[in-house]
Ligand binder design. Structure first.
Ligand code: TYD
Length: 259
């Protein structure tokens, strides 16, 4: 394999220079982190599953006209995406109280919210991604008011669509995180949805049992992380029935053959 220039290594992905200018290859790792990097581990096969799940969700969002960075999946762990200038804001959409919201406001986890709620966090690992308001974002020049209006409108639209997508496979979309980036066209910035959408950045509960099918299994030492991610992929029809382990076997088999 030809050596590629690595641009960046993050917590769950490695970014390489893409084949054409303005493109990037995202490699999905099995590494998992939580609580601002204090907890680290590996979820075997997570990268393969997140690559597939994210591809599926992005493709479906593309069908309803959400502009995004995804171009195509290249192989089991990699996808080709457009290079963007990331807006340093994590956009969190919540439908049900959980995680830091439940803790911050003393709400019982699982309480449905009166309506979808949006929150913004400033992307800075050293600061632990602090919660910020729209005025901070404008004041420090992280994004313009106009961009934040577009981002928020897109985020609510994505939430509506994803709630339906997950409810069709009997999963409640409790909350999730989105990121956006800019591409420059004729000196004008255009916003694209970027980064992965997978059980790493969503809270997904089984509609009937409330069983957690997301990274909370890792955060909270519940066990069964691999099975939970596989279950999401299986319900989306991304794994043939009864072939859950074959995805990983296939990858191992290919590695052995040096492919
Ligand atoms: P939140 O409850 O704020 O934080 P935590 O996951 O640490 O309890 O997270 C809300 C949702 O957004 C949850 O599904 C995880 C996702 N998220 C990320 O994926 N990355 C992040 O940096 C943050 C802050 C949230």
């Amino acid at each position: 394999m030809t050596r590629r220039r690595q641009i960046y290594e993050g917590k769950a992905k490695i970014l390489y220079e893409g084949p054409e200018p303005g493109t990037i290859i995202q490699y999905f790792k099995d590494d998992a982190t939580a609580f601002n990097n204090q907890k680290k581990g590996t979820i075997n096969g997570k990268g393969v599953l997140n690559n597939r799940i994210s591809e599926h969700i992005y493709t479906r969002l593309g069908h309803i006209g959400i502009p995004h960075h995804f171009i195509r999946r290249l192989n089991m762990r990699e996808q080709l995406v457009r290079q963007v200038e990331i807006v340093p804001i994590e956009v969190i959409i919540r439908n049900v109280a959980a995680g830091t919201l439940a803790k911050r406001l003393g709400l019982e986890e699982g309480t449905p919210l009166p309506r979808a709620l949006v929150e913004y966090c400033y992307k800075d690992d050293a600061l632990g991604d602090p919660l910020v308001g729209e005025d901070h974002i404008e004041c420090f020049g992280w994004a313009s008011n106009e961009e934040m209006r577009d981002i928020t409108e897109m985020a609510f639209r994505i939430n509506d669509f994803m709630c339906g997508l997950f409810s069709a496979i009997n999963i409640r979309l409790v909350d999730f995180k989105l990121e956006f980036g800019r591409v420059w066209e004729n000196e004008y910035p255009r916003l694209l949805l970027a980064d992965e959408i997978s059980p790493d950045g969503c809270r997904l509960w089984d509609m009937e049992s409330d069983e957690k099918l997301d990274k909370d299994r890792f955060r909270r030492d519940l066990g069964g992380e691999v099975e939970a991610y596989q279950e999401v992929a299986r319900r989306f029809g991304l794994l043939p029935e009864g072939a859950e382990n074959e995805v990983l076997d296939l990858e191992q088999h290919r590695k052995k053959r040096g492919k």
